[in-house]
Design a protein around this ligand. Structure first.
Ligand SMILES: NC(=O)c1ccc[n+]([C@@H]2O[C@H](COP(=O)([O-])OP(=O)(O)OC[C@H]3O[C@@H](n4cnc5c(N)ncnc54)[C@H](OP(=O)(O)O)[C@@H]3O)[C@@H](O)[C@H]2O)c1
Length: 263
């Protein structure tokens, strides 16, 4: 049985702990400075709590702390890790160069961008291996993150675009859901009914995209009969530039992610 040490038991840390304990097959050690929070998760998931020395026996170490806490943590960790332990960071914007620079020479690392649906096991994570990570390390990172949803591998230079699309994407879709609810209420639907209709419509449309594997344009055409209601609605979205705005939103968020990375 492999040992996974998880540093940081905030919202994202708990999502990973929940996924991994459900999947089974791992000894899980958590390292969290807030004692009450650590005790709560020990009780809830049956994991073990430790200080930084708990990483010594770990095959895999997950860093789920805020980006500004990573450098200090690496300084403490480097003396406790076995040389072939894989260090996986979920901290936004922290590069594999920075991770490798804070650890012993040759330590394998991987950088991951997760998203919030990981909290309900429906996450989308993108993993980029560092210079010393082998195919086996990448497979291990994919298995660990796979406990919270889907995983893809991307070259690290694409992580800013990943951040802008799947990292920020849930917020764009919450925004769309909010607007659809407002649209329904404006037409006289009770707010609760409008919410139910909007949420299940987004959920069903996403499931259909995933299950059929069809291009979204094909699915859209199938529900847009000539001179029908859907065409009338889509025409308004085109006139308001919604398509262009979404493309620009991903571009602006990519640029912002680059800026934050430079800072
Ligand atoms: N939440 C998301 O949806 C999301 C999405 C994408 C990426 N991420 C990434 O996931 C990481 C964690 O996010 P989060 O929302 O879970 O943050 P969070 O709620 O602040 O959790 C981080 C936890 O780590 C603890 N911590 C700080 N220094 C530590 C150390 N040296 N050793 C062990 N634990 C330490 C913190 O304790 P204190 O409070 O006492 O400092 C806190 O409990 C971030 O880097 C973020 O960029 C999160």
């Amino acid at each position: 049985m492999s040992t996974i040490a998880i540093f940081g038991a905030g919202a994202m840390g708990e999502a990973v702990i929940a996924g991994l304990t459900q999947a089974g097959g791992h000894d899980i050690v958590i390292v969290e400075p807030r004692e009450e929070r650590a005790a709560e998760l020990v009780e809830r998931y049956g994991v073990t709590s430790s200080d930084v020395a708990g990483a010594a026996d770990a095959d895999t170490v997950l860093l789920v702390v805020k980006p500004h806490d990573v450098a200090g943590l690496l300084g403490q960790l480097r003396h406790h890790l076995s040389s072939d332990a894989l260090v996986i960071s979920l901290a936004a914007g922290v590069t594999t160069d920075a991770l490798e620079g804070g650890l012993a020479d040759g330590q394998p690392v991987a950088r991951v961008m997760p998203n919030t649906p990981a909290l309900i096991g429906q996450g989308m994570a993108a993993v980029s291996p560092g210079r010393h990570a082998t195919a086996e390390h990448v497979a291990r990172a994919r298995e660990v993150l796979g406990a919270c949803g889907e995983v893809v591998e991307v070259p690290e230079k694409q992580q800013d675009a990943v951040t802008a699309l799947s990292g920020s994407g849930p917020a764009y879709l919450f925004y769309v859901a909010d607007a659809l609810i407002e649209g329904g209420v404006l037409q006289g639907l009770p707010r609760e009914t409008a919410r139910d209709l909007a949420v299940q419509t987004l959920y069903g449309a996403a499931a259909m995209l995933k299950e059929t594997g069809e291009h979204p344009a094909v699915l859209r055409e199938r529900v847009s009969s000539p001179a029908g209601t859907t065409m009338a609605g889509l025409r308004e979205l085109d006139l308001a530039g919604v398509r262009a705005a979404l493309v620009s939103a991903v571009a602006a968020a990519t640029e912002r992610s680059r800026e934050l990375g430079r800072g």
